[in-house]
Design a protein around this ligand. Structure first.
Ligand code: SAH
Length: 561
């Protein structure tokens, strides 16, 4: 919940706008400002104060407890010019909140956290729990001091700046093992451990949790590295397991008894077989997603009565991450925020050199860029997948949408199920062009690539014919190049067999790029020699009209009348 506090009429008006923009997420505090701040500080995860920073500093100073527990605080000035992240920039989410508030109110976000301002990711923003000398190591990273990275395995971390490497007095360790961190050592905890849990009906949460903690302690493993608890379907709602997972802050994953019975385990037994239909719950559930059994089944020891819980611990191999990211047609503001986030999340970027140039400034320091020239598609796809399989966080980029006549298919044809794949859609050329032309795609439409480099011409021609016969709007990609000049005229002749010579045709070159141009013509009027590889050509259907200089396809005859 976000607590909102204001003192003036202007502040209250802005407060109400913010509350209206975030329904259900905010709570308005009214009455004396000091009391409001105190109550909100105790009750909310975040505060937005429409007050001067000085006033807020004085009010919250006596309330500050701990970086990990204090709420994030954002201040907005009376003139609505700035949303200042005042407290809890990372942990309290105030930096993000400042950006969000700025967005709603139209002011500028002010963020002073060193790691954000200089584009170096804070250790607490890497998506993994971190402990030890976090401030000292963050400082060393920021100061450009050599910091030694000691990782048990390759994890798909975001890029770390170049001064984080082999050597250094300050140490950044990535491990699931319990270590005694040095004075200048921070420890990142990867989500590598799966704890299989079995429990009799009504097993108390403390018994389940106690068993898990003891098992990890004796094996020298950190509870912060638990990825999930795993059990059999029949125990999905067992209160002791559910509550233990909640306290650990991890999900419960369950498997069918039949699936678990098929997994070979060191310690099968008769009791679970009779109760839930599998000879092993803890070991089998822990092993169901693969990995290495570090702690075989053990039972709780409640003392004085029979044990009600079992657990086993498995370490899973890290999984690399491949993001397939569409950059849109060219303009920076058509790169989606999610695409930007994935570009900054990746430590390895793979792409065509001219696309890399488009977004190089968005990359974080330390990103490894693997760029290659035109024609090296298969090699790029292979490289991206190989880097992900080596455990890295990889972004494979393409213009428009990376899945439309682009890199996603060769990459995923190459990829195995040992990596995670994330797709980020981009604005494809047909849509970028349509927005420039008007509303040409208002009814059924299709994209056809006229490149016969990878597809035989007979296949292309059959598809053009089908679109012509079915009266579907067609956007031609790869319409014409120096070596391929007869395909477009031929395709247009096929369409003209089923549409009037006056059918509108939109030609858009370099949509959303600096030298964008577009024109509206007709099937009879189009001069194919004016079309090149930077262009898409959209041919309307029999209902498409030119209206006020724009290309418009009605949504339907009935709807229109
Ligand atoms: N993945 C891309 C398409 C790659 S095929 C996408 O989704 O847009 C390459 C063809 O796309 C080019 O020959 C051209 O026909 C078209 N194209 C790509 N970007 C374009 C742009 N900005 N303006 C016009 N056409 C474009």
């Amino acid at each position: 919940m976000i607590g909102l506090i204001s003192a003036t009429a202007a502040g209250a008006a802005a407060r109400d706008r913010l509350a209206a923009a975030r329904p259900g997420r905010t709570r308005v505090y009214e009455g004396p400002v000091r009391e409001s701040v105190e109550r909100a500080f105790a009750e909310c995860e975040q505060l937005v104060c429409f007050l001067a920073t000085g006033a807020v500093v004085r009010l919250i100073a006596p309330l500050l407890a701990d970086k990990s527990a204090d709420p994030g605080v954002v201040c907005v000035d009376e003139g609505l010019r700035y949303a200042v992240s005042l407290l809890g920039g990372h942990g309290g989410g105030a930096n993000e909140l400042a950006a969000e508030v700025a967005d709603v109110l139209g002011c500028a976000p002010v963020v002073t956290t060193a790691t954000d301002a200089t584009d170096v990711p804070g250790l607490d923003t890497l998506g993994l729990p971190v402990e030890g000398a976090v401030a000292a190591v963050s400082r060393a990273i920021l100061d450009g001091e050599p910091v030694a990275l000691r990782s048990d395995a390759v994890w798909p971390l975001p890029p770390l700046p170049p001064n984080v490497g082999a050597e250094g007095e300050a140490v950044l360790r990535v491990t699931d093992r319990v270590v005694e961190p040095g004075a200048r050592e921070a420890v990142l905890r990867p989500a590598s451990l799966v704890v299989g849990v079995g429990a009799s009906k009504g097993a108390p949460v403390d018994e389940v949790l106690g068993l898990i903690e003891e098992a990890l302690r004796e094996a020298g493993l950190s509870p912060l590295s638990i990825a999930e608890l795993a059990t059999v379907d029949a125990k999905a709602a067992e209160p002791g397991i559910v509550a233990a997972a909640e306290r650990l802050g991890v999900p419960v994953v369950t498997y069918a008894a039949g699936e678990l019975s098929a997994i070979a385990v060191p310690n099968p037994s008769g009791a679970p077989l009779a109760a839930v239909g599998t000879p092993s719950v803890a070991e089998a559930a822990a092993l169901a997603g693969g990995g290495e059994l570090l702690v075989p089944k053990r039972k709780s020891s409640p003392g004085g009565r029979a044990a009600m819980a079992t657990c086993a611990v498995v370490r899973r191999a890290p999984r690399g991450r491949l993001a397939v990211v569409g950059l849109g047609p060219g303009a920076r503001d058509l790169v989606t925020p999610r695409a930007t986030e994935e570009l900054r999340r990746a430590s390895v970027l793979v792409g065509l050199d001219q696309y890399v140039d488009q977004i190089r400034d968005l990359l974080r320091p330390g990103t490894r860029v693997l760029e290659s020239g035109l024609g090296a598609e298969e090699e790029r796809a292979r490289t991206a997948v190989a880097e992900a399989r080596a455990g890295h966080a990889v972004a494979l980029i393409g213009s428009g949408d990376a899945g439309v006549y682009a890199m996603a298919s060769p990459a995923l044809a190459e990829a195995s199920d040992d990596i995670d794949v994330v797709g980020v859609p981009g604005v494809t050329a047909a849509l970028a062009a349509a927005a420039i032309l008007g509303a040409p795609l208002g009814h059924d439409h299709v994209s056809i690539s006229l490149s016969d480099l990878h597809t035989p011409w007979e296949v292309i021609e059959r598809r053009v014919r089908a679109a012509a016969e079915a009266d579907i709007i067609v956007t031609f990609y790869n319409p014409r190049s120096r070596g391929r000049d007869w395909q477009l005229p031929k395709a247009l002749v096929i369409l003209a067999g089923h549409r009037e010579a006056s059918t509108p045709v939109g030609v858009v070159r370099n949509a959303s790029r600096a030298d964008e141009s577009s024109r509206l013509t007709t099937l009879a009027g189009l001069d194919p020699t004016t079309v090149d590889m930077m262009t898409v050509v959209t041919v309307g259907n029999t209902a498409t009209r030119e209206i006020a200089g724009r290309m418009v396809t009605p949504r339907g005859y009935r709807w229109q009348s």
